[in-house]
Design a protein around this ligand. Structure first.
Ligand SMILES: [Mg+2]
Length: 327
């Protein structure tokens, strides 16, 4: 395994965690409110005052990531322990996190994991919850945790696609959620394989996921156009339909960053200043940017400021060791 590959793998995991941690500062507020709250912009964890504003946030400090990365780590821990995709083990780890911590947990995950029978048959329960929603729920709770599955078995793209779907179905069976996970994971795997032609890669991925739902094309088109076109705070301004937390919104933020950002920092800063589901949008974008630019391109202040930096580094090291033993 070469250093270049290690830099990308590390970039994906740290890229996600850092995007999540800094994006938390502008989560669930409009772009206008971001400007009011941070007149000089948000650049560092210690500017985030939300920790003091919210009740029940004890134990959450500047530089701490949120549910997006916690759940990604449930998957990573399971992979390291079982050395394969074990749906029941991943479900058990997400359930354990949900009942012992669960800070920032979204509605879909909360409902699914608290429905009796989840541990025995997660797919059945997740399908029931989705059906009960009128097959309408297509939240970003699966795509936000999927990045590690773009690393696992990255040499085999069919397997990566299969794994991404399998793990999404534990809580999010909607085809838009499955396709979002597949799009992110396949893109990460291609980047790890050494793909450098981003335009060609994005058009290949867009074609693959079109079969999941017709709406994918619209969001890939917007992502190629501009950040404004994505309207990431849609639903947080008067009179707007709520689209915050929609899986295709988050996916398109990631693909905008992959195509348009000049650097990891540029992409993350521009996304979080749009408001909306900023931590999740930046977590997904952060993984993609981390794969493109590498860990070495992530600002040192953001790496050093992560509360659980050492724990994360130890997990990534174990993942890289495993990958090395497989090559
Ligand atoms: Mg979150």
């Amino acid at each position: 395994m070469n250093n270049h590959l290690n830099d990308k793998i590390c970039g994906i995991i740290f890229g996600q965690a850092i995007g999540d941690a800094i994006g938390f500062g502008t989560e669930w507020i409009s772009k206008q409110q971001v400007t009011e709250k941070y007149p000089n912009g948000l650049h560092d964890y210690n500017q985030i005052t939300r920790y003091n504003d919210l009740k029940g946030m004890e134990g959450w400090f500047p530089g701490d990531w949120t549910d997006d990365t916690d759940q990604m780590l449930c998957i990573l821990d399971s992979l390291l322990e079982k050395q394969e995709i074990d749906i029941h083990d991943i479900a058990a780890k997400i359930h354990h996190w949900a009942i012992t911590d669960g800070m920032g947990m979204g509605r879909t995950v909360y409902t699914v994991v608290h429905t009796p029978g989840f541990l025995e048959n997660p797919y059945e329960i997740a399908n029931k919850v989705w059906s009960d929603s009128g097959q309408k729920w297509a939240a970003n709770g699966a795509v936000m945790r999927t990045s590690v599955l773009g690393i696992w078995q990255y040499q085999n793209l069919d397997q990566v696609k299969h794994n991404a779907e399998k793990v999404s179905r534990i809580t999010h069976p909607d085809p838009r959620c499955l396709g979002s996970c597949v799009a992110v994971c396949l893109t990460l795997s291609n980047l790890l394989q050494g793909e450098t032609d981003i335009e060609q890669l994005v058009s290949k991925i867009a074609k693959i996921v079109q079969s999941y739902h017709p709406e994918f094309q619209e969001y890939f088109d917007k992502a190629a156009l501009s950040l404004d076109a994505l309207d990431l705070d849609e639903g947080l301004n008067p009179g707007e339909t709520d689209r915050v937390g929609y899986t295709l919104k988050t996916l398109s933020a990631g693909f905008w960053a992959l195509q348009q950002a000049q650097s990891y920092e540029d992409g993350i800063l521009r996304i979080i200043h749009e408001g909306g589901d900023a931590d999740t949008n930046a977590a997904v974008a952060g993984a993609l940017l981390g794969a493109k630019f590498g860990y070495s391109a992530i600002p040192k202040r953001w790496v050093d400021g992560l509360v659980y930096r050492q724990e994360l580094a130890a997990k990534v090291e174990r993942l890289m060791l495993y990958q090395r033993s497989r090559n």
